[in-house]
Design a protein around this ligand. Sequence first.
Ligand SMILES: [Zn+2]
Length: 123
Amino acid sequence: MHEFSIASSIVESVLEFAAKNKIEKILEVRLLVGELMAVEWEQLRFCYGAITRETAMENSSLEIEQVEAAVSCPYCSYRGRPKYWEDALAAFPIVTLQCPQCGMAAESTQGKECAIKTIRYMA
Ligand SMILES: [Zn+2]
């Protein structure tokens, strides 16, 4: 499960940070998650809650900030927001890596990040 592995790598690095700095209680972790990572936030929160139980991170809040996707096209040099494929069956618009200007395959320049932005803890 995608969300589970993301949650465990986050928790692992925060706990490592806590151990190194002798922090007993983590209060909040703020994440930057790219739109292209297709992370289900509820799933991620659920996994986070489960993994942090009985650790220094227990009951800490997980804040997620989304990084919008951006593409750059090697064919027509378009740069900007990607094209969205609005599928009636999908719950939310799906990002495609097709250039909105010329329709060729574009490259993502932003939206694949998954990083810890800030950690709040009790000193
Ligand atoms: Zn293009």
